[in-house]
Every structure is written in structure tokens, then in C-alpha cells.
Design a protein around this ligand. Structure first.
Ligand code: MSP
Length: 544
């Protein structure tokens, strides 16, 4: 099931989904689109992406000690939308996701359930990954970035994070997680303090490295506040990658192990020409939740700098979902189960809601009312109805085929077609900047314009007064729907393809390069199939 969840190449998700927790994630990310062959087509360029290079996009790798929740689904879904958009633009994409299987948290959970950690987890436990982590460790040792010392201090197992006394709030981690005192033990340290100035300089010179800006500012002030060396090995538990030469004692800090997945998946340490690493690294984009930005924007770049490896091009932190205004937590019993969401509302409507409800990067609040309102308004009433009206009019009044006798285009026709023609550029700009909500806004607004047009043109009236004009109007609308459905594929793959099927668009003419091609337009005279509703209204079940 999980294999179907994510697109393209991802070790964890294309291989056997044996990991218990993640195996049950819903099919929210739908069918697989493997990476396409190298092409020259592109997306709008930005200061952090040239718009045409091979594109590696990553989700965090998820802990395996818990059931899948909205957090897993949300990050993966956002990455899936971006990855699909990039692929349909003709770019070569490497989509990476997976599972984080080491660390104290996983060991503790496994022990509580009377299981061996290995029976409970997969993936970062893969030999190739462990080899890559050990290699990176040795490089860091060779570069003089690691030394042996001793550690004592506060540690949160839930966050897998060390905290200074000064960071604690009412005896807990700033995230609200419990902390425990780690008694003095031998530990290897990474010389993080050496990287304070280098990181600040890097952030300064690469203003778009961390986004959104508010999060960037938080990271900058955290680093300005001073960086202490980081304990990167532990001796009091053993579930993790063993430190080279210390097989009996030290296991590596789970974040060093986990972060390395972004390059071990590319075959690191093989960095030769022609390797996946040489093609896809530096990653175009790491998408993470705001709570784990520090690991990605401070520790990870410092490790990479120390190892003389290039830094990822962009790190984007998204916000958190609350439910009906309250923080989501197991103890409150308000966890949003993505499997249930999809079962209740369907895959595409769920994708639509989660990606459009909040500005990507901000926190958002989930409620069933908002979900139902949105999918009924934007999908059933606006998009679904429009499609149904167009297709039914064509089916009934044009002999079940795309109309042939098209009259001259009016200014209104031309304007609507011009808006449709500009959609690829404006949505591309939004996606290139991870403004997924803006991409959806452009799409929704296009559908509004088309609805206004159909109401003003009233082809159902023209049917009796001017059939040539009716056919012209319907043709214009079908052509607009072709743009809408092609460009909605990254967000709602199944429904968009159902619309394209109805329009008779061949499967090999559904990429963005086909949008502007004369020969790929809706084909005059091509028969259409009997219209079927693509987005039924969601009726709230009546409780008797
Ligand atoms: N294993 C680490 C990541 C290592 S990456 C090298 C980890 N795993 S996790 O399973 O806890 O990941 C959870 C992800 O879900 C994080 O990106 C987190 O921000 C996200 N979310 C958890 N709860 C969330 C919400 N309520 N809303 C949105 N996302 C949230 O961290």
C-alpha cells in the first residue's frame, strides 16, 4: 500500500512496505509516476533553482514507533505535488522519503511492546545506509571535526534532541516533551561551535536557503545565540549505527544517522561522474515540519561543510495542523488519521483541502466543516459542475463529439483562452517557490472565470438561437478545461485524468509541454464519452 503512496524513487516507499506503521498510510499520494528521461524542459528559475537541473526533493524520514498521522501525510503530500509538477514540466525528479528506524525512541517503543527493534523497523537499518553513515563519520574524523569527550545534560527522547538548561520551560523541552537527565558518559562531539560564523555567513549570502522568511529569522537568531559542540554518540543504549572502531560502545546520534539518508539514498560515498550523487546532489529541496528545522538548517549544513560536501539548495519548513482549534495530541484523542480522511472524503478532495486550506509554511486548522465546505464549493459546485455542464451540452447538442463548426472568436473568448494559456507560467512560479496554496488559488480562479464566462455566454440559450456560436463557446470551454485538467494533475491526479479522458485527450499529450501546442488542442470532431460526475457533492450523513 505504501508503495502506491509516493511517487517515483524512494527507497522506503518503492521497496517492500514492511514497516508496520507506515505500511498503513493511505493511498493519498496515488499512482506512481516514475522519473522521466532527461529533457530540456523547465520550470521558472529562482535564486535557488535554475529551473532545469535534475531535481531531488525530500521528505523527512519518519519515525516508525507510531501510527501514521496528519504530519506524515502532509509533508509527503506537499512533496508529492511539487514532484509531480516538476515531472510534468519535463524535469527529472528524484523523490526521496523513508523511515527513521534507529534511536532511543524506537528502541524504547519496541521494548514496551516486547519486540526486538529490528522486527519493528526497517530502512535506515539497511546496510548501505549504515555504511554511508560510517563513511561520513570517518571523513569528519579525518577533517578534525570530531573529538572524544564526556556528556551530561538534558535529553528529550521524544524529540531525540539535547537541550540546554536555559532552554527548558517549566522543566520540559520547549516543544513540551519530557526531558531526562543524561548522567555523565563518554561521548564523541562534533565541533559545531566552529561553524557558527560560517553558517551565519552562508545564510547571509544565500538569503533563500531557508524559507519561509520568518523561520529563517528564527534559525539565524538561534545560531547568533551561540552554538555549542554537539554530542553525537551515546553509550547507554545500543540501537543505532555503531561508531567505527567503537563497536562495543558508542552508537551514533540518531540525527546524524538520519540526516545522512539524504545522500546515502544517492549512493554516497560514491560521488563519481555518472553516479546518482553527482546528478542529484545538492538536493533541490528539503521539506520539513517547523519543529525539525534546526536539525536541517543548522546541524546538517554544518556536517556537510565539515565534510566539504555541497549544501542543499533550499530548506522549506511547513507549519503544523491543529484540529478544531486545538493542538493535536494522543492524550486529547484528536489525532487526525489520514486513512480515515481518505476513506471519508476521497483521495483527491483530501489532497485538495490539505494543500489549499493554508498558506504553505503557516499553521492550519482542520475541521470537518471546513473540509466539507471547501470540497463542495470549489470542487463539486465550481469545477465538477462546470465540467458536467460543458460535457453534457456537448454530448447532447453536438452529436457526442467536439464541435466542428467553430465561428470567429470574440474578445471574451480570446481573453478566457489567454488566461488559460498563462496558467502554466503563474502556477510554475508558485510551485518553484513552494507556494502550493497560490498554485491552487490560480487554478480556482481560472475555474471561476470559466464559470462566469459560461453564465454570460449561456450556451443553453444559444442552443436555440445560434448553434454556431454555441459550438464556439463550448469549444473554448473545452480547451480551457484541457488546461485546467492538465495543470491540476499534480494535485488531483485521478480526477484530472478523468476529465482529460472525457475530453478525449490522449494519455501521451498530458504533460505541460503539450499545453501550448496547436496539434494537442481539443480535437475537433473527436467523439467524447458519456459525461460522468467527477466530483460528487459530499452529503453529510444524517444521524437518525
Ligand atoms: N525522524 C525525524 C525526521 C528525520 S529527517 C532526517 C522525525 N520524524 S517524525 O515521524 O516525527 O516526523 C514527523 C513529521 O511530521 C515532521 O516533519 C513534523 O513536523 C510533522 N508533523 C508532526 N505533527 C504535525 C502536525 N500536527 N501538523 C503538521 N506536521 C506535523 O521528525
Amino acid at each position: 500500500m505504501l508503495a502506491a503512496l509516493l511517487t517515483g524513487t524512494s527507497r522506503a516507499f518503492t521497496h517492500a512496505p514492511k514497516t508496520r506503521a507506515l505500511a498503513s498510510l493511505p493511498n493519498i499520494l496515488t499512482a506512481n509516476t516514475r522519473h522521466s528521461k532527461s529533457r530540456t524542459r523547465s520550470t521558472p528559475s529562482t535564486s535557488f533553482d535554475d529551473g532545469s537541473s535534475p531535481y531531488q526533493i525530500t521528505t523527512p524520514i519518519y519515525y516508525v514507533n507510531d501510527k501514521p498521522h496528519i504530519g506524515h501525510a502532509y509533508t509527503s503530500l506537499a512533496c508529492d505535488v511539487i514532484a509531480r509538477y516538476m515531472r510534468l514540466s519535463g524535469r527529472e525528479v528524484f523523490f526521496l522519503s523513508g523511515t527513521d528506524e534507529h534511536g532511543q525512541k524506537v528502541q524504547q517503543t519496541a521494548e514496551k511492546r516486547g519486540m526486538e527493534p529490528k522486527a519493528f523497523v526497517m530502512r535506515t537499518t539497511e546496510e548501505e545506509h549504515k555504511e554511508a553513515v560510517r563513511h561520513l563519520w570517518k571523513v569528519l574524523v579525518d577533517k578534525g571535526a570530531i573529538y572524544l569527550g564526556s556528556y551530561e545534560g538534558w535529553y528529550s527522547v521524544r524529540d531525540e534532541c539535547y537541550y540546554n538548561e536555559s532552554e527548558l520551560v517549566d522543566g520540559k523541552a520547549p516543544t513540551g516533551a519530557e526531558v531526562t537527565w543524561v548522567k555523565k558518559e563518554d561521548s564523541y562531539f562534533f565541533k559545531l561551535s566552529d561553524y557558527q560564523d560560517k553558517l551565519l555567513q552562508y545564510y547571509e549570502q544565500n538569503q533563500d536557503f531557508i524559507a519561509p522568511e520568518s523561520r529563517r529569522n528564527e534559525v539565524v537568531s538561534f545560531v547568533k545565540g551561540g552554538l555549542k559542540d554537539l554530542s553525537i554518540s551515546r553509550t547507554t543504549f545500543d540501537w543505532g549505527v555503531k561508531v567505527p572502531g567503537e563497536e562495543e560502545g558508542h552508537v551514533m546520534y540518531v540525527w546524524l544517522d538520519a540526516l545522512t539518508n539524504y545522500i546515502s539514498a544517492l549512493g554516497y560515498p560514491n560521488m563519481e561522474d555518472g553516479s546518482k550523487f553527482s546528478k542529484f546532489w545538492p538536493a533541490a529541496l528539503h521539506v520539513v515540519g517547523k519543529d525539525i528545522l534546526r536539525f536541517h538548517a543548522v546541524y546538517w549544513p554544518a556536517f556537510l561543510m565539515a565534510a566539504d560536501l555541497p549544501l542543499p539548495r533550499r530548506i522549506f519548513a511547513h507549519g503544523w495542523w491543529t484540529k478544531d482549534g486545538e493542538k493535536i495530541s494522543k492524550s486529547l484523542g484528536n489525532v487526525i488519521d489520514p486513512v480515515e480522511l481518505v476513506e471519508t472524503y476521497g483521495v483527491d478532495p483530501t489532497r485538495f483541502f490539505l494543500m489549499s486550506e493554508v498558506t504553505f509554511g503557516n499553521d492550519g486548522d482542520f475541521s470537518d466543516e471546513k473540509m466539507i465546505y471547501k470540497i463542495n464549493a470549489n470542487l463539486a459546485n465550481e469545477l465538477g459542475n462546470l465540467n458536467q455542464r460543458i460535457m453534457t451540452l456537448v454530448y447532447k447538442n453536438c452529436d457526442g463529439a467536439v464541435p466542428v463548426e467553430i465561428g470567429p472568436l470574440t474578445d471574451d473568448d480570446k481573453q478566457l483562452l489567454a488566461t488559460a494559456a498563462s496558467l502554466c507560467q503563474v502556477t510554475g512560479e508558485a510551485i518553484s517557490n513552494q507556494a502550493i496554496h497560490k498554485y491552487v488559488e490560480h487554478m480556482v480562479s481560472m475555474v471561476w472565470d470559466a464559470n462566469k464566462y459560461i453564465d454570460v455566454q449561456a450556451p443553453w440559450v444559444l442552443r436555440k438561437t445560434d448553434t454556431e456560436r454555441m459550438k464556439t463557446v463550448l469549444y473554448v470551454l473545452m480547451e480551457v478545461m484541457r488546461h485546467v485538467a492538465i495543470l491540476y494533475q499534480p494535485l488531483m491526479p485521478t480526477s484530472s485524468n478523468a476529465i482529460l479522458d472525457q475530453l478525449g485527450i490522449p494519455e501521451n499529450e498530458r504533460e505541460f509541454e503539450h499545453l501550448g501546442k496547436e496539434e494537442c488542442k481539443v480535437l475537433l470532431g473527436r467523439t467524447i464519452s458519456k459525461p460522468i460526475a467527477v466530483f460528487p457533492r459530499f452529503e453529510v450523513p444524517v444521524v437518525a
